[in-house]
Design a protein. Structure first.
Length: 94
């Protein structure tokens, strides 16, 4: 899968809600859920999506109700369409 250009990344990022580009060149989303159970349930739903897509984000459940998701295509060394497709699918879970 081909790496995306900076203009492509910016265009795709603008279509996503709450995602940002990190200094490491990944896209990242921070969420605050109602409670720990809600955060854990959300992480599990993201995990199921990731398995179906065979594309896996870094996931951090921290505090008692916060989740951070980070996406990049490690095998390509940057951002690809797979990252933005999964991010859009994750947005559909919110």
């Amino acid at each position: 899968m081909a790496l995306l250009s900076d203009p492509d990344i910016e265009r795709r990022l603008s279509a996503l809600e709450g995602w940002r580009l990190t200094s490491a060149g990944e896209i990242e989303l921070d969420l605050q859920l109602a409670d720990f159970a809600g955060a854990l349930e959300f992480v599990n739903r993201v995990g199921a999506l990731a398995e179906r897509a065979n594309h896996h984000p870094d996931m951090l459940l921290h505090g008692w109700n916060r989740v951070r998701l980070t996406l990049s295509t490690h095998s390509e060394g940057g951002l690809t369409q797979a990252d933005f497709s999964l991010a859009a699918a994750i947005d559909g879970l919110r």
